[in-house]
Design a protein around this ligand. Structure first.
Ligand SMILES: [Zn+2]
Length: 259
């Protein structure tokens, strides 16, 4: 049997943060948000890319989910969709600065779906290996990745697991009705994405009552090679976003973070 989301031996600070690279990414973590709230955690959602319309939608979503709204607000930098990797060092510093306020971090999985999700995920994986954050719990939620080399979307299921990853199955607690409301009423600017991803997400939800989170039981800070393996296979979807290739993303992040 897979371990459930274990919140029992956590540090007493009942504050959790969901890192959402773009407004609407938190919908992939909605069941974990519900679980945390049931256990009296205060949940904040931290958005990185907040142009005006998407910011308004995110405010409505956080209101609906009864979470606090936080955003990347470094006045010197505006993060562009698809280009987070150009600022990965800044993002690294921002996440590091907010982490002391929280005991649980929900972060996108490094899975070869959207390059911005992978950029945020990579920073979390490195920070989770730091002694300073040894008492923090980092959980990774899957958004979407390629199911095969043909680039068919796989939604909400991590592409693969490695020996040092643990899988946590949690109950799907958000209803289909709630998800439809958030996708098509609250986040209506993202209608096209939800037309592609929504049906797969909802079908999976109807087919199973468990949703998946993962965490890394041990990060070897001497070698970060293994954390990149999530994007080796299946083929990353970065090219679909047409702003960067997989190789360019890898080269840039490795050089900037000195990995
Ligand atoms: Zn996103």
């Amino acid at each position: 049997m897979q371990p459930s989301l274990d919140l029992s031996e956590l540090n007493p600070l009942k504050e959790a943060v969901v890192l959402a690279p773009h407004p609407d990414d938190e919908l992939f973590a909605i069941d974990a948000i519900r679980q945390l709230k049931k256990q009296d955690y205060k949940v904040s959602i931290y958005y990185f890319h907040t142009p005006w319309r998407r910011r308004c939608e995110a405010l409505n979503a956080t209101n609906y989910l009864k979470c606090s709204f936080l955003e990347f607000s470094n006045p010197k930098y505006v993060l562009q969709d698809g280009k987070f990797h150009l600022y990965i060092d800044i993002i690294f510093r921002e996440i590091k600065a907010i982490l002391p306020k929280f005991s649980i971090v929900l972060c996108p999985a490094l899975e070869g779906g959207h390059q911005d999700h992978d950029t945020v995920s990579l920073t979390c994986k490195i920070l989770s290996s730091r002694h300073t954050f040894a008492n923090h719990k980092f959980y990774y939620y899957s958004c979407y990745n390629a199911y095969s080399k043909f680039g068919i979307f796989n939604v909400g299921i991590p592409s693969q697991y490695y020996p040092n990853y643990r899988r946590h199955d949690i109950p799907c607690s958000a209803s289909v009705h709630e998800l439809l409301y958030l996708m098509f009423v609250v986040y209506k600017s993202q209608f096209k994405s939800w037309i592609v991803l929504g049906p797969i997400m909802l079908l999976l939800r109807l087919a199973t009552v468990r949703c998946i989170l993962s965490n890394i039981s041990k990060v070897d800070s001497n070698s970060y090679n293994h954390i990149f393996s999530g994007i080796d296979n299946p083929r990353p979807l970065y090219e679909i976003h047409r702003r960067i290739t997989h190789d360019e993303w890898l080269r840039h992040t490795r050089i900037t973070l000195n990995l």
